[in-house]
Design a protein around this ligand. Structure first.
Ligand SMILES: [Fe+2]
Length: 335
């Protein structure tokens, strides 16, 4: 198994995700008034949001677009030099690379945008304007009380290749793996981290490149219930897609939600620390239903079959997803 953790740059964590939305005000009201994120800024075509624990300007960008989807997701790195090292690495591979112009990305320092080898648009930045810490501003916490952006979950036709890229080339570590049965033992999905939690990114087998969801951490388990109550109260009960339930993988309590455009996110709490470098990844067999749902109702079919598109960073055109190279039979689905 590849486990190179000295790649010549230091990715710290997932930093933000850009959701494309067709009605900026409707989406802003949903994420702020119902989900409990906070608006930190806006310009003509975007609204910027942060969560309770954030110390910098945004973890979500809502960008006006003619169709839903993901503009890109971004990792924070430790230094400006890391940005240059990453740019050189992607250029060497012949991947499209561009720097956002100064000021083009609100509140962000120098920001690199690449189309990675899995065809995802991914950004890297080292600095962002600071904001007031809201952790102990309890009077401002609302509903599910989302504390931070925790992870992104992506679909790619060959998740083994995704694992090799993130672990072998970018220095991520595997917390948990789903594999086919021996003797094949091929990786079907991996939960990979840079910060010391279960993941910053999960790379799953599926029609891709597409993004399945972003996950937001909540302060405590009752946040899941308060979030569902707020969604139902505001007329969004049908946007609760899967859960509440508990994952086997990651051990987290969760609920999956669709925003007004159908973009998906997860509210998530209760995973564990992964600081020890000598801990072996937790391995799950693909046919074990407890990996995805330790307890709770089975997911609806659309949870398996629908995901968010990404675009070519040079042309802006949506990338046509390719079929998965390995099948997972969703045996435990309700139609
Ligand atoms: Fe997740």
């Amino acid at each position: 198994m590849i486990d190179s953790n000295q790649p010549g740059f230091n990715i710290l964590r997932l930093g933000y995700i850009e959701y494309q939305v067709t009605n900026l005000e409707r989406s802003r009201d949903f994420y702020v008034d119902v989900i409990g994120l906070y608006e930190t800024g806006r310009d003509a075509n975007a609204v910027y949001l942060r969560a309770i624990e954030d110390r910098e300007h945004h973890c979500v960008v809502l960008r006006r677009a003619p169709h839903p989807g993901i503009g890109h997701f971004a990792f924070k790195v430790a230094s400006e030099a890391d940005l240059d090292a990453l740019a050189a690495k992607y250029r060497e591979l012949g991947r499209p690379v561009r720097w956002f112009a100064p000021g083009e990305r609100h509140a962000q320092g120098r920001t690199l945008l690449v189309q990675d080898p899995l065809d995802f648009p991914v950004a890297f930045y080292a600095s962002m304007e600071p904001v007031e810490w809201l952790l102990q501003k309890y009077h401002l916490h609302r509903h599910g009380r989302p504390t931070r952006l925790d992870h992104v979950n992506v679909l790619t036709p060959d998740a083994q290749r995704g694992y090799d890229w993130y672990v072998g080339e970018l220095g991520f570590r595997p917390a948990e793996l789903t594999e086919s049965a021996p003797p094949e033992s091929r990786i079907w999905a991996s939960w990979l981290y840079r910060k010391s939690t279960v993941h910053d990114i999960a790379v799953m087998t599926g029609k891709g490149p597409t993004v399945h969801h972003a996950g937001f951490s909540l302060m405590e388990p009752m946040g899941i219930i308060h979030a569902c109550d707020a969604l139902a109260g505001a007329g969004y009960a049908d946007n609760i897609e899967r859960g509440p339930a508990r994952h086997g993988i990651s051990n987290a309590l969760f609920v999956y939600v669709r925003d007004p455009d159908g973009n998906r996110f997860e509210l998530y709490t209760g995973d564990y620390l992964t600081t020890d470098r000598d801990a072996e990844p937790v391995r799950w067999l693909l046919d074990n239903p407890r990996r995805q749902t330790l307890w709770g109702p089975p997911p609806p079919r659309r949870w398996f079959e629908e995901s968010m598109s990404v675009a070519d960073i040079q042309t802006g055109r949506i990338i046509e997803p390719q079929d998965a190279q390995m099948r997972a039979i969703p045996k435990y689905v309700v139609d």
